[in-house]
Structures are given as structure tokens and as C-alpha cells.
Design a protein around this ligand. Sequence first.
Ligand SMILES: Cc1cc2nc3c(=O)[nH]c(=O)nc-3n(C[C@H](O)[C@H](O)[C@H](O)COP(=O)(O)OP(=O)(O)OC[C@H]3O[C@@H](n4cnc5c(N)ncnc54)[C@H](O)[C@@H]3O)c2cc1C
Length: 389
Amino acid sequence: MIDLDNIEVAYKIKNDRELGNAKFLFSMIKYPFMVRSLGFMSNMALKMRLPISWIVKPTLYRHFVGGETIEECFPAMNKMIGENVKSVLDFSIEAAEKEAEIDATFQELKRSVINSGKHEAIPFSVFKPTALTTHNVLKKVSFNEPLTSEEQTSYNNFLQRFDSLCAEAAKTGKPIMVDAEDYWFQKAIDDVTEEMMLKYNHKTATVYTTLQMYRHDRLAYLQHLIELAKQNNIIAGIKYVRGAYMEKERARAMAGGYPSPIYPTKKDTDNAFNEALRISVENCDRIHVFCGTHNEESIHALVQYMKDKGLPNNHPAIYIAQLYGMSDNLSFNLAKAGYNVAKYLPYGKVRNVLPYLIRRAEENSAIAGQTTRELIMLKQELKRRKSLK
Ligand SMILES: Cc1cc2nc3c(=O)[nH]c(=O)nc-3n(C[C@H](O)[C@H](O)[C@H](O)COP(=O)(O)OP(=O)(O)OC[C@H]3O[C@@H](n4cnc5c(N)ncnc54)[C@H](O)[C@@H]3O)c2cc1C
């Protein structure tokens, strides 16, 4: 089994101060009440437009975010590529309602796609499709509800922007990933992403869709994508994640009186995630995989499926990725063993990144075992370094 616990490898690019900051953060967010208070205070601060940078920037932001702009991400990106860990620059922005604001976001996303073409250290670009129109429009399209003429214009703009980002990615030669968010919007996004795959994925997987494997319909959807790829002689690009909105989805389903789209147990989600990886490796001539997880068991499973199939560690159709600031032991040890590894590196203004930061804090708080493990590893590395001085 591959060793994913070498802490010297894991934290090589972090100095003592950065490790100290990480240790402080993880020891705070392991307490759910701290995270709940943080969530409450930041929501209030956002609503009342209170300044919050002074507290967030030197702590959570510095640990989980690359900077405010693409250029500010370069130092983090350069350090990681020194250890063969690549970066996926992820522009964070609040949902907007006005066309002018949406268009400004689109321009920045385009810049991010073009930028990916210029750097070896950036293997993919990424965007959240909900940033390209309003939530209301995506929800209506997903549920086949009629659009007003203004909404239809916004939807047409959405389709044009979506296509333009994919076309730009095809030009740069670097694939583009379409993030997944709420169940309510996903049908509209899946349909457009399939169209884009049919348009741009003939020679290689340029467009990647995202499958949230906590959804109980996603294994069937994977079979549909495999058929689509076979019948149209394309390569499907698929990012696999477990899914980040479980509580919200369950609460909405309950309130809306429809069945929850999420598996009832974590075990079900884990099984589906690993099964999707197995099927994908089996069909690696038709599917290119981007496996986004901090779950060690899933990584061991993927590594084993690759071995069983006789694929080299650096097979170009398979990437493994974590989020910046999380599970460095996985990223850096996998990269050392020759796997293709990337970190999602978010960038954006503090207030725009805040919901992302709260999600990360909540997630780390929810998976107490993993947070404790991260904390233990950080403490061990600090101790190891001290013993050398
Ligand atoms: C590179 C990268 C990109 C990502 N992009 C996206 C994205 O586009 N969209 C998105 O939604 N998320 C995205 N995520 C976040 C991801 O969906 C997960 O929230 C996060 O990675 C935690 O899951 P895990 O596999 O790392 O670890 P684990 O700790 O093993 O899994 C936690 C996850 O398991 C699931 N789960 C937990 N309890 C239960 C339960 N009782 N029943 C059913 N399921 C349960 C939930 O999905 C939870 O988030 C991304 C993550 C990474 C690393």
C-alpha cells in the first residue's frame, strides 16, 4: 500500500509559522460550537457590511486561499509545483443578480481559463456555472418551468458564456471543469455540459462534468455518460466528489416534500464513490477522471484499481486532487509516488471567499476524526523540526 503518512514530505513547503497557524486553526475548528459561532458572526458581518478582513485574512483565508487575484496565487502555486503538485485556480464570487455583475465574473473566468494555458503548473481551469446566470433561471430550466423574456435572455447569455469558456479551454489545450452545486440547478447544468462534451471532447476530454456521488442517481447517470461517450465517439471528462451540500439538500427536500436526493448513509456514499472510480478506471479509454477527495480509503481504492488494470501511476487520464489547506499528506505523498496531483486553489476577495471558508470549517468540524488526524500530523511535524534545531 502507498504510504500517505510521511509528514516530512507532507509539509515540506510550509515554514514553521505556517504550520503554527494551521495547528491553531485546526485546533479551533475541531469544536463545532466555534464553527457555528464563526458562521453566525460572518453572516452578520456580511449582511451589515462590517469589516472582517482583519480577522479572517491572517487566519482562515491565509490557510485555505491563494490570494485575491490570479497573480497573488503565484507564490503558493510555485511552491507546490516544486513538489510536483499542480494548482487549479478557482475564482470565488458571490452569486449575482445583475447582468453587468455576471458579465464581470464571466470576464474574470475567461482570464482564468486563458491563464491556465500559460502555466505548466495549472493543468485545468474550473468554473461554477451558477456564476453565469441567476439561480432562479437555472432552477426554472431544471424543472422545465416557462421563462419570462428577460429570463430567456439571461439563459441565452448563460449558454453563450458557458460555450465561450469551453471554447477558450479547447484553444489553450487545458481541460475545463464544471463544478456541481445545488440539486435544484443540476439538471440544467448537466444538459449543457453534455452538449459541450459532444462539441469539444472528440480528441481528448476538454470538458469535465462533476458527479456528486452522495446523490443516489449518479451511478445510473455515469452509465448514461459512458453510453453517450461510446455512441458519439467522445471522451467523457468526469470530476468525482462526494458532495458539499448534504445538510442543505436534505432540509430542502424535507421542506419541499420531495424525496431527498442524497443517500441515507455515509457508507452508501462511500460505496458509490468507490464504485464510480472502479467503473471509470475500467473504462479509461472513454472516461478521464479527476478524483476530488480527502478520503484515504477512496484513494487507496483508486490506486488499487489502476494497479489491477496495469495503468502507470502517472496515467494522463487520471488526476487526484485535494483542496488547498487540506490533507497535504495525501497530495504531497501521492505526487512523490508519481501520481498526477492537483490542489484546488481558491482566489477572490475576502467577503466573496467567506462562504467557501465557512464550508471548509464546517466540513473539517464534521469530520472530527480527520481533523484530529490533521492536527496530530501538524504537531508531529513541528516537534520533529524542533528536535532538529
Ligand atoms: C478538488 C475538489 C473539488 C471539489 N469540488 C466540488 C464540487 O464541484 N461540488 C461539490 O459539491 N463539492 C466539491 N468538493 C467538496 C466535496 O464534495 C466534499 O464535500 C469534500 O471533499 C469532503 O468529502 P471527501 O470525499 O473529501 O471526504 P469524506 O470525509 O470521506 O466525506 C465527507 C462527505 O461524505 C458525504 N456524507 C457524509 N455523511 C453522509 C451521510 N450521513 N449520508 C450520505 N453522505 C454523507 C458528504 O458528501 C460529505 O461531504 C470538492 C472537493 C475537492 C477535494
